[in-house]
Write a protein that binds this ligand. Structure first.
Ligand code: SAH
Ligand code: SF4
Length: 392
């Protein structure tokens, strides 16, 4: 399906500049405090100064130290010389006919990632990346065909939220440069999902630190219950993730039998379903109000029969679970097709009958290749010549 794209534009001229100043984004409060001491701020003032700075950065979203009017001029200038507040650079911004936005972002070393914003009536979900590319090779995912270039830093992960807030006018008193299709809610980004490029549990520490920044009540204040990490099944890291962060969890399941899951999600060969589900059962704090989301991509003739649905619900018995059916999003050269709509409905009905809500995720932003699993192709299409570090 090719729909006309409303817009695809370069937002600002691109510069490749290796900043000599240290990025503030990504520093914890404690780290920020020690940096201020190094700048000569007296110990008894450090806490107050760090709080002021924190609030300018994460509550007000300022990008220039000059705006920090409650900090004395001299200190402000020193902070400005030592630190940078810059965001990842926008290479292109695309707005889908359904309001979905996708940004192709360039990092300081020239590598590129994608971030997607999905508005609904009363909420907005930001889908962020955790790695440049992915080391895993799920056979239905386009990102998996791209070689891993590197992990993102915590600053680059949280920087995606900051940049999206800039572009959506989601700071106090700000307005969106392009307000088409934004939700009515006061805040434009109400939820964050780690479902962009990369396997977040293979970049555990940086993703955890970024989530702590995103959830900080005196900062970005996106509650941890509104942050969802999606994993293909890095089993040993799941308990630690639950204990250290308490965010919501989504599992890319896609098959209810090891033999099939080995093919679709090859990490299954290392950690098969039995181990994966044991880790899910033990995830801290599970209840009917805090369920695990199981993602299941609908592949025609591969995993979409009613018998598969029955196996799926048997497998998930006694786990507080939501099952999210995702119509397969095609990409050039993909070895699969999306299931027929009728088949998806039959499958959903079988899941429903077993007592699970089974929302079918409506594909968003397909016209701008922003839907699940399509990330990469868009960059290739839009920006082939710049992808020197990301061979196709
Ligand atoms: N690496 C993590 C998170 C990113 S992928 C993971 O695999 O969970 C986000 C979701 O999109 C996963 O559930 C993934 O299986 C799904 N996905 C990947 N390719 C897709 C495609 N072509 N169509 C639909 N969903 C896809
Ligand atoms: Fe990586 Fe997730 Fe794609 Fe698998 S589905 S290749 S883990 S991004």
């Amino acid at each position: 399906m090719t729909l006309p794209t409303l817009s695809a534009e370069r937002v600002a001229p691109l510069q490749i500049e290796q900043p000599t100043r240290e990025p503030i984004l990504g520093l914890s409060r404690v780290a920020l405090g020690s940096r201020l001491i190094a700048l000569g701020v007296p110990e008894r003032q450090v806490r107050m100064r760090a709080n002021q700075l924190w609030s300018w950065v994460y509550v007000r979203g300022v990008t220039e130290t000059a705006a920090m009017t409650d900090i004395g001029k001299d200190l402000r200038a020193e902070i400005g010389e030592a630190f940078t507040l810059h965001r990842p650079q926008v290479v292109t911004e695309q707005v889908s006919v359904d309001g979905t936005r996708k940004w192709l972002l360039r990092l300081d070393d020239g590598k590129e990632i994608e971030t997607v914003y999905i508005p609904e009536e009363d909420r907005g979900t930001l889908c962020i990346s955790s790695q440049v590319g992915c080391t895993l090779t799920c056979s239905f995912c386009h990102t998996g065909t791209q070689r891993l270039v590197r992990n993102l830093t915590s600053g680059e992960i949280v920087g995606q939220i900051m940049l999206a807030r800039d572009r959506l006018g989601d700071w106090p008193g700000a307005s969106a440069p392009d307000p088409r299709g934004l939700p009515d809610s006061q805040r434009k980004i109400t939820n964050v999902v780690l479902m962009g490029m990369g396997e977040p549990l293979y970049n555990f520490d940086n993703v955890r630190d970024a989530c702590a920044l995103a959830a900080d009540g005196e900062g970005l204040a996106i509650g941890k219950r509104r942050i969802t990490l999606s994993t293909s099944g890095v089993v040993p890291e799941i308990p630690r993730w639950g204990e250290e962060t308490g965010t919501m969890l989504a599992i890319s399941l896609h098959a209810a039998r090891d033999e099939l899951r080995d093919k679709l999600v090859p990490i299954n060969k290392k950690w098969p379903l039995k181990d994966l589900l044991a880790a899910c059962r033990a995830y801290p704090g599970l209840s009917n109000a805090k369920r695990i989301t199981f993602e299941y991509v609908m592949l025609r003739g591969v995993n979409d029969q009613v018998a598969d649905a029955k196996e799926l619900v048997r497998l998930l018995a006694k786990i507080p679970a939501k099952i999210n059916l995702i119509p397969f999003n095609p990409w050039p050269g993909a070895p699969y097709e999306c299931s027929e709509w009728e088949q998806i409905e039959k499958f959903a009905e079988a899941v429903n009958r077993a007592g699970y809500a089974s929302p079918v995720r409506s594909p968003r932003g397909r016209d701008i290749m922003a839907a699940c699993g399509q990330l990469k192709s868009a960059s290739v299409k839009l920006h082939a010549s710049a992808h020197l570090s990301q061979p196709v």
